[in-house]
Structure formats: C-alpha cells, structure tokens
Write a protein that binds this ligand. Structure first.
Ligand SMILES: *[C@@H]1O[C@H](CO)[C@@H](O)[C@H](O)[C@H]1NC(C)=O
Ligand SMILES: *[C@@H]1O[C@H](CO)[C@@H](O)[C@H](O)[C@H]1NC(C)=O
Ligand SMILES: *[C@@H]1O[C@H](CO)[C@@H](O)[C@H](O)[C@H]1NC(C)=O
Ligand SMILES: *[C@@H]1O[C@H](CO)[C@@H](O)[C@H](O)[C@H]1NC(C)=O
Ligand SMILES: *[C@@H]1O[C@H](CO)[C@@H](O)[C@H](O)[C@H]1NC(C)=O
Length: 503
C-alpha cells in the first residue's frame, strides 16, 4: 500500500507539471467512489509503520509515554478553559512577551478564514484516512495530508483541540546555505515551502498578524513590514514549535474520484519543533472550532459537517478509519444525537451531560460538574487518549468500577496517573458493569468495556480514567471514542454518534 500511494503521488506530480490545475483532477486509480460522495485520500496506519521511530518496545512503557503526553495536554486544556471560563476571554498571550510560563498545550493557529470558495459540495464529501497512534508510541491518531503546489505529503496528528494546522517545514533554503537548511540529518519528513508555488507568508505588519493571530501566539517581532509573521509555541514538557504563518493550498481527494483544492488555508510552517509531544508526527491538523481551523474551512465546503471513526487502537493493522468532510456513509447501528456546544470554550467541542451511570444506577455527581457555562463541562477531544474526569465525577466512577474488580489482584504499577491496574488473568468483560455517559437530549453513549478497562501489558489491565482537578473540564479521550463514528455538524450544532466497526 505504501508503494501504491507513492505511485499515485508521483503520477499526480507528473499531471501537475503538464496540466493547469484548478479545481478537479481525475484520479487514475485506487480511489473509492461511492455515489457522488467526495472523500479525501485516506492512509492506513500500516503505511506509516517502519517510517516512524521512537516507539517504545514494551507495552507498559508505551502506555507510560501515552499517559505522560496526555497529562501535559490535559494541563494545557484546563489552563486554557480556566482562562476562558474565568472571564479572561480568549487566551491572549504572546510567547515572546511572557516569561516562560506554561503555554496551553494546544497548537493554536492561524488565519486562513475567507471561506468564499465558489463551489459548495452539497452531495459529496472529502475523506482522509486516520491511523492509530498506538503503533507509534502515542495515543494519537494521524492523517496523511497533501499541502502545497505541487502537493507534498505530510502525516499529521488529527486534533479537535487545535485550531492551527502546522507541519515541520523548510523555508528559504534554495541557496543550499545556512545551518537550518542542511539536508535532513534525521530523515524527518518536511514540507518544503520553497518548492511550493502557492506558499505565501503572512506579512508581520498585517492586521492578520498583529490582531487575529495574536490569539495564536504570533510574535510582535517585525524587522521589516513584509517579513513573515512568526509564532512560538512552548509546552510545559519542553515540546515547542516555532515558525512562520503562511497561506497555502491544500489538496483533498473526493469520494467521487476527483480532487479539490482549498486555497488560502492558513498553515504554520514550523522551522523547528522538538519534544516528546510531536516525535512521531510531522505536525498537527487543526480540527478545532475556530475561524482558523481546517475543519471549519473544509466543512464550509461540505455542508458544515466533518466526521471520524476511530478504529480500536488494538485492532489488526489492516483496518483503517477515516476523517471525512461532508456526509459520510458510515455503517452504524443507530445514530444518537446531542447538541454540540460551540463558541463557549473554543476551539474545544463541548457537549452537555446529565450524568454517568454504571450498571444501570445513576452515580451521585453534582450537576455543576457538567456545566460548561459555569466552571465545569465536558469536551470531546481526539488528541487526548485517556478520559479525564474531575474529582467529584472521578471518585464515584472509580469506586463503582473497582468494586467489580475486587476478585483480581491490584498491581502497584507506576503508570503515571492511572491509579488502578490489575492482574487480568481470568478477566472477562462481563464482570464489569456497563458504564453509560448520558449526554443531553437523551443521547446515551455506551462505550465497549475495553474502552475503559484498557490493556496495559500482557496480563495487565488498567482502568482508563484519570482524575482531573475540580473546578475544571472533563475530557472524553480518543480511547473512549473508539469503535464509534462521530459526526460534528457545525451548522446545526449537533453531534451524532453511533457504534461502528469503522469499515
Ligand atoms: C451533485 O449535485 C448536482 C446537482 O444537484 C449534480 O449536477 C452533480 O453531478 C452532483 N455531483 C455528484 C458528484 O454527484
Ligand atoms: C491569506 O488568506 C486570507 C483568507 O483567504 C486572505 O484574506 C489574505 O489576504 C491572504 N494573505 C496572503 C498573504 O496571501
Ligand atoms: C469568526 O469570525 C467572525 C467574524 O469575525 C466572528 O463573528 C465569529 O465568531 C468567528 N468564529 C469563530 C468560531 O471564532
Ligand atoms: C486483515 O488481515 C487478516 C489476516 O491478517 C484478514 O483475515 C482480514 O480479512 C484482513 N482484513 C481486511 C479488512 O483486509
Ligand atoms: C497474574 O497472576 C498469575 C497467577 O494467578 C501469575 O502467574 C501472573 O504472573 C500474574 N501476572 C502479573 C502481571 O502479575
């Protein structure tokens, strides 16, 4: 399949050389056609295997890594949400002007906007493949993405908690000169901005840079009016991304066998990025709710809808799942719908929750825990692996679940904030009472047991919840979301979900 993809990329390159391309190019091979739906090209996690490094050999060590990057991210999310809920408005800090204090672990980003594409694809959708990050030592899911003219391939973390789409990048390297432009010593995949005829930097003197992108950590440094608008993100675990904002063209493959190009998408060209958070990816695809997000820009074209289905992170490697812009035809049992709460804690997607039941009994959790307009709330996040519940929700959930596991030996493993791991010899799922999230509008989300009693190592399972500080938000992470199809309808402000094998 790797070769297959590469060949297609190559033939596409040739076509680009000889054709004046504007809207649609016919794919010559390998694209799914499903009655007029438009899909972006998808990749399988299998494809990435062997290209990625930094995968811990031991399952327990992988889980530790995953839990560590989660912890960092969750701290970032709560800080950001607290600033918003505390009335500070959007997070507005310029890194260069603060001390090295913690910067939210969400990769925020930039300006594109301008969704005045003439064509509206009402009967089609675009689709990207999603790979599980479990293979790469992280809990994140990846999509393969084409950016620039001619299109270059990058692999990005699919992140509903980010609004900037950024990737590792080289800019101004044509002369073959300076230190930053040497050949890739570590063979990282990069976006070569110089080789793209459609890359335009955002001038640092523009109001886009000085105002709009200030929310997104643009720097005030501006040596000359046309110098590129720069950004600097820092993460508490030492991860960082610094680079330039630019407008670029993004190529999406449609389900009807054609391709579409989105122009003037704001991307971050990260000249340097480092640290554990991004080791396995080339960057991040911003699916959060903001004017800068690719999800908002792309879904504007496709009826305001995007969706994904996350395969079980332990499923066979030849099973793929997809990120789709537009209506996806996904096999689910029944779709359940609940209101999507937009604009309260952007770029996060919040949902209303009435409570959690275990084994049919509603747990005693104070209502303010779920109140996103107060100091609680629940968000759905594709970039966090584990599910984080604030104290007053975490404690009753853990109490009810551990009671059912009393027959198994509790293990004193050090897996970060995972409090309860046990020897799973003889474990069957039926010993665990079913947990149900009761979302608003009567929508019941009943994840499979393996989404909260998670495999840690051979013979070891852990309860997959982490306790969060109260007041604060609770986060439904991607392991809890797996084996479900999730549809974000940004126009009707509605979240749909249904259990699915993601085929
Ligand atoms: C979408 O619908 C329009 C008319 O509503 C039609 O002309 C067009 O062929 C359809 N496109 C696809 C890909 O089915
Ligand atoms: C980038 O795109 C935005 C939105 O389409 C547009 O308003 C802006 O002028 C573009 N900037 C550059 C430098 O091309
Ligand atoms: C996008 O921009 C418009 C106008 O500037 C603003 O009213 C709207 O709230 C913004 N949307 C988001 C999601 O930030
Ligand atoms: C995946 O591989 C297994 C065996 O390796 C095979 O039985 C199964 O049919 C494959 N599934 C798909 C969707 O190709
Ligand atoms: C679990 O218990 C079984 C025997 O009951 C033992 O053989 C095995 O080593 C234990 N596994 C762990 C990880 O402690």
């Amino acid at each position: 399949m790797v070769t297959h993809t590469r060949q297609r990329g190559f033939s596409l390159f040739i076509i680009c050389l000889f054709t004046i391309v504007n809207y649609s190019l016919k794919f010559t091979e390998g694209i799914r056609v499903s009655d007029g739906a438009v899909k972006l090209e998808l990749i399988h996690r299998h494809h990435l295997q062997g290209e990625r490094r930094n995968v811990a050999a031991q399952p327990l060590e992988r889980l530790r890594q995953l839990v560590h990057s989660d912890a960092v991210r969750l701290r970032g999310i709560s800080l950001k949400v607290m600033l918003i809920q505390g009335g500070a408005g959007p997070v507005r800090r310029r890194v260069s002007e603060t001390d090295d204090a913690f910067i939210p672990a969400s990769t925020n980003g930039g300006g594109g906007g301008g969704s005045n594409n003439k064509e509206q694809f009402s009967n089609v959708s675009g689709q990207l493949p999603i790979s599980s990050g479990a293979d790469f030592g992280t809990g994140q899911y990846f999509v393969q993405f084409r950016v620039g003219s001619p299109a270059q391939k990058v692999v990005l973390i699919a992140d509903t908690g980010s609004d900037l789409t950024w990737m590792n990048c080289k800019y101004r390297c044509r002369g073959g000169g300076g230190g930053g432009c040497r050949r890739n010593s570590n063979k990282r995949r990069l976006f070569w901005a110089d080789r793209s005829s459609s890359f335009r930097t955002v001038p640092c003197s523009s109001t886009t840079c000085t105002n709009d992108l200030a929310n997104l950590f643009s720097l005030t440094r501006c040596p000359s009016p046309i110098s590129p608008c720069a950004y600097d993100y820092r993460y508490s675990d030492g991860s960082a991304a610094q680079g330039l904002f630019g407008n670029e063209t993004v190529t999406l493959s449609l389900t009807n066998g054609r391709k579409t190009r989105l122009h003037n998408v704001l991307i971050g060209c990260s000249i340097s990025s480092s640290g554990p958070t991004f080791q396995s990816a080339d960057g991040v695809i911003g699916l959060g709710y903001s004017n800068y997000s690719l999800a908002v820009k792309a879904s504007n074209l496709f009826r305001g809808i995007f969706s994904y289905c996350l395969v079980d992170h332990l499923s066979p490697k030849n099973i793929s799942s997809y990120l789709t812009f537009g209506s996806a035809k996904q096999q689910t049992d029944t779709m359940h719908y609940t209101a999507l709460i937009l604009d309260v804690i952007n770029p996060f997607y919040a949902v209303s929750m009435n409570g959690i039941s275990i084994g049919g009994s509603m747990l005693d959790i104070p209502a303010e825990v779920w109140d996103v307009k107060g100091s609680g709330g629940v968000i759905l996040d594709s970039g966090t692996s584990l599910t984080s519940l604030v104290g007053p929700a975490y404690r009753p959930v853990m109490a009810a679940l551990t009671a059912s596991l009393s027959g198994f030996e509790k293990l004193g493993l050090d897996v970060g904030p995972l409090e309860y791991c046990f020897n799973s010899t003889g474990f069957v799922e039926s010993v665990v009472p079913r947990l149900v999230f009761h979302f608003g509008d009567g929508a019941r989300f009943e994840p499979p047991v393996k989404s909260y009693v998670i495999d840690a190592a051979p013979g070891v399972k852990c309860l997959g919840f982490v306790g969060g500080a109260w007041p604060g938000v609770s986060v439904v992470g991607n392991i809890m979301q797996q084996n479900y199809f999730w549809e974000f309808d940004l126009v009707n402000k509605r979240l749909g979900f249904g259990s699915s094998s993601c085929k």
